[in-house]
Design a protein around this ligand. Structure first.
Ligand code: C2E
Ligand code: CA
Ligand code: CA
Length: 841
């Protein structure tokens, strides 16, 4: 847990540097100690063995010297065999030392014992010369002396060597002290060396005493030797007996109580006391003495071997123990290194698995487009920091993507919905319609498309303002949506035009829906306390597998049905049935021919004369467009005028008709110079300056007077384009052109415009004229219109006069002018000329 909070660097530092440091400390302290102890204990063993080798040499030479003395003393061959065998033993002891030095050369070098041992061996190699001399001079005491001196020198050397070994021993033991604080081994080893030394002193003392006894007389030199030996022997013995760490101490104490041991001391002490009376000394025979002294040496020898085996054993134990510790240390070290490897592997695996997790998470989030993924975070190291960073990056990305999605949804919504009514817009409507049409190939279904138009919406806008107009559209949309099913699509196509897709519906059901909508819209709307009545017209078309269409064609069909509904008096629905279809297809064909027809002047004006009712003379002509289609023959204006409006060809058509009319007028003016020509203008043109320029141009080109031109506009112009039209109509009127209101009384506009617009003539609609003598109410309306015109100083013309009765009524009521089949049908320029000529007469 704690480790996971540390940085990777710190982890690695802890992992590598700290254990390495520990390792170094451990190695430099314990390992080195153990190694030293192990080495020292081994050296102790070598020293002990080396000491024993020296002791063996000294021992054998002491025996050889004794035997030589005996052999010399007998002055014969007595004891010769024994002596020669002993000589071999002595030589073997030297050889053994040689072998030992060779085997342990390196260890002996370390304690610097090899050089000393070499000089000892060199000395011992001189023995054959001495021995030969001894053999030659068996009866000569000088030979013995000579031999003894050599022997003594050798013993002195051994002595020195023993001291040297003692020093080395002390050094070695000092080193051992770190391991064994009681210095047991040190004490034991020292005691052993001292025992060896004691034995040498015992041997030398035996030699010296033996010399005295065998010669029967002594020199100062011998006494000095005996004195020194005795003194050294006693002090060393005492030291050993008092040494509390000496293993063989009990045996030595026991030995010191033995009679032969004390007897020798006694002899020596006595001998020394009587030094001034040397020649009178009484004592044991040489042989007795020798036996006694040898017994003592042998006893010491056994103590030495006891001590040796003990010391050696101790050294071996320490050696083995330190070796065990070293091995244990090694194992610990191996364990530690293994733990380190495992731990570093664990950390590496931990880090790599966490990085792998991060990688997996990122891959998942990319592949699955899933930004809700989050990593579990524990600890505080670098990987955790990366994970934290990635977590916050992903959540940031999530926010950004969320925002982008929300914005794009908003965009998508506003791109596909109408801002005012919140229902689908044209784009969405078309795409749904396209989808349904595409699906018709797979599913044999029957759908309906409705085109809805608010009747006289312009009027509402003008009357109540655009804010209320918007409210009307909103309420209409809400009511519309309420009347259709959830999966049907209602859309605002623009302005006051709406459309609905009714999915999987029969034509009867669709008509029921249309009726429901019409009924619902009859309920008056109350906006800001104002009660507003609206009516709508609906065109319906159907589409299925058998008659699948493209969206535009379907909309055109529904629009065509809507047009028919409007034409039939509005507030109703029309289905795109067979008759309409036929008409529609015909229109479609006409549409494709219309532009060419206008350009080729296939459409030309016919003229219907207008009479002054009081004089019964022609005063003007109304130009009515006629299409002489090369294949279809005569096409009435009711058919192609709406098409020209729809295809924006109306301006071209008006220009053509006006041009032709003016040309004809020029020819008519020869007969009747003041003749007027009345030209029908579509509503859309009244708001276009083009009509003004065209009129002025034609007047100028044809040199006709402006008063000869009259423009007929319908009331609906004033409903649909009131403001923009006023300026243009005023300009025209100001230039001298007169303005007539066609179909007066059928429109829905207020009469207030009559005072604000530059109007010259009111044209009583044919429907009223046809009511004369049939419908008294129609007659009243005619009277009112005529009266109104008089009041406003306007002229009145009645159209569609077919009978004498009608004419009479109109004349009676003061109507100024009249036109109709009663006088003449619209006819060609040629026929009109004839009429004019007749009229002129
Ligand atoms: P409108 O301006 O109301 O024209 C009068 C229509 O009544 C004409 O039909 C005319 O032939 C017809 N008519 C005249 N006297 C009688 C009658 O005694 N009895 C009956 N039953 N009908 C009579 P037309 O020529 O078919 O024109 C239809 C409409 O087409 C016109 O109605 C006019 O609105 C429009 N129109 C004709 N020519 C043009 C044109 O050049 N430009 C424009 N914009 N519209 C035109
Ligand atoms: Ca007219
Ligand atoms: Ca008319």
């Amino acid at each position: 847990m704690l480790l996971s909070r540390l940085s990777i660097n710190l982890k690695l530092l802890l992992l590598c540097a700290v254990p390495l440091l520990l390792l170094i400390i451990f190695l430099s302290r314990e390992g080195n100690n153990l190694y030293e102890i192990q080495k020292n204990s081994y050296q102790t063993k070598v020293i002990v063995e080396f000491g024993l080798q020296l002791d063996n040499i000294a021992h054998n030479h002491a025996i050889e010297r004794g035997l030589t003395a005996g052999f010399l003393g007998s002055a014969g061959t007595y004891g010769k065999d024994k002596l020669f065998k002993q000589r071999e033993k002595s030589d073997r002891a030297v050889d053994d030392l040689n072998t030992f030095i060779e085997t342990h050369q390196s260890d002996l070098k370390y304690i610097n014992a090899e050089a000393n041992a070499d000089s000892l061996i060199d000395l011992l190699k001189q023995k054959p010369i001495v021995r030969n001399k001894v053999d030659q001079l068996t009866n000569d005491y000088t030979a013995f002396n000579y031999y003894t001196s050599v022997n003594k020198t050798a013993i002195d050397k051994i002595d020195l060597l023993t001291t040297f070994i003692e020093d080395q021993t002390l050094d070695t033991i000092d080193m051992l002290s770190t391991f064994n604080e009681d210095n047991t081994l040190r004490g034991e080893l020292l005691s052993l060396v001292e025992m060896i030394w004691l034995k040498e002193r015992a041997g030398q003392s035996r030699g010296a005493l033996n010399e005295v006894f065998s010669k029967g007389a002594s020199s100062v030199h011998v006494y000095t030797s005996i004195f020194t030996f005795t003194k050294d022997f006693s002090s060393t013995l005492e030291k050993l007996i008092n040494n509390r760490r000496f293993h063989a101490k009990p045996t030595l104490i026991e030995l010191s109580r033995k009679s032969f041991f004390n007897e020798i001391d006694l002899i020596q002490n006595n001998f020394l006391k009587q030094s001034d009376r040397l020649n009178n000394i009484q004592g044991p025979t040489s042989e007795q003495w020798f036996t006694l002294a040898t017994q003592r040496i042998d006893a010491i020898n056994s103590i030495i071997s006891e001590q040796t085996s003990y010391t050696l054993n101790e050294a071996l134990q320490i050696h083995a123990q330190s070796q065990r510790y070293l091995m244990l240390g090694g194992i610990m070290m191996l364990a530690l290194i293994s733990a380190l490897i495992f731990l570093s592997y664990y950390i590496a695996r931990n880090i790599s698995s966490r990085i792998k997790n991060i990688d997996m998470l990122l891959t998942r989030s990319i592949n699955d487009n899933d930004l809700s993924v989050k990593m579990d975070i524990h600890g505080n190291d670098e990987v955790t920091h990366i994970a934290k960073g990635i977590n916050s990056y992903i959540s940031w990305l999530k926010d950004v993507v969320g925002n982008i999605k929300a914005t794009s949804l908003e965009h998508e919504y506003s791109a596909s919905h109408d801002g005012l009514t919140k229902i689908a817009n044209r784009n969405l409507f078309i795409s749904r319609l396209t989808l349904l049409i595409d699906q018709l190939y797979r599913h044999d279904r029957h759908h309906a498309l409705m085109y809805i138009d608010l009747d006289f919406f312009k009027k509402i806008n003008d009357q109540y303002g655009h804010a209320i107009g918007d409210q009307v559209l909103k309420i209409f949309a809400d009511r519309l949506v309420a009347q259709i099913r959830k999966f049907d699509t209602a859309a605002r196509l623009g302005g006051d035009e709406f459309a609905v897709i009714l999915e999987e519906i029969t034509s009867d059901q669709a008509q029921l829906v249309a009726k429901k909508i019409l009924k619902e819209m009859q309920k008056p709307l109350v906006i800001d306390g104002t009660k507003i009545n609206i009516t709508i017209s609906i065109g319906i078309t159907f589409f299925s597998k058998d008659e699948s269409q493209d969206p535009t064609a379907l909309l055109n069909q529904a629009d065509h049905a809507l047009y028919d509904a409007k034409k039939s008096g509005r507030k109703q629905y029309r289905c795109f049935d067979k008759a309409l279809k036929k008409q529609f297809e015909e229109n479609a064909r006409l549409e494709s021919d219309l532009e060419v027809a206008i350009a080729n002047e296939e459409i030309s004006p016919h003229f219907q004369p207008q009479y002054c009712l009081s004089t019964q003379r022609i005063v003007g002509l109304e130009a009515l467009a006629r299409w002489h289609h090369p294949q279809k023959g005569f096409v009435p204006p009711d058919k192609f005028i709406p098409l020209a409006e729809k295809l924006s060809l109306i301006s071209l058509l008006t220009t053509s008709i006006m041009r032709q009319s003016c040309t004809s007028l020029l020819s008519f003016m020869d007969i009747k110079p003041n003749l007027k020509i009345a030209i029908n203008i579509s509503g859309s043109e009244c708001s276009n300056l083009h009509i003004y320029h065209l009129t002025q141009l034609l007047i100028e080109e044809n040199k006709i007077r402006p008063e000869q031109i009259e423009l007929e506009i319908t009331e609906s112009v004033l409903v649909d384009h009131p403001e923009s039209s006023i300026g243009i109509l005023t300009a025209l009127h100001d230039s001298g052109v007169s303005i007539a209101i066609d179909d007066f009384g059928t429109g829905y506009s207020s009469l207030s415009y009559l005072t604000s617009l530059p109007i010259d003539i009111l044209k009583i609609d044919m429907s009223f004229v046809q009511g004369i003598g049939v419908d008294p109410q129609q007659e009243i309306i005619i009277k009112i219109i005529i009266d109104l015109a008089k009041q406003l100083s306007l002229k009145v013309i009645a159209e569609g006069i077919e009978t004498q009765e009608q004419e009479d009524f109109l004349v009676e009521n003061g109507c100024d002018y009249g036109q109709g089949y009663f006088y003449s049908k619209p006819c060609s320029a040629q026929d009109i000329k004839k009429l004019l000529e007749l009229d002129h007469r």
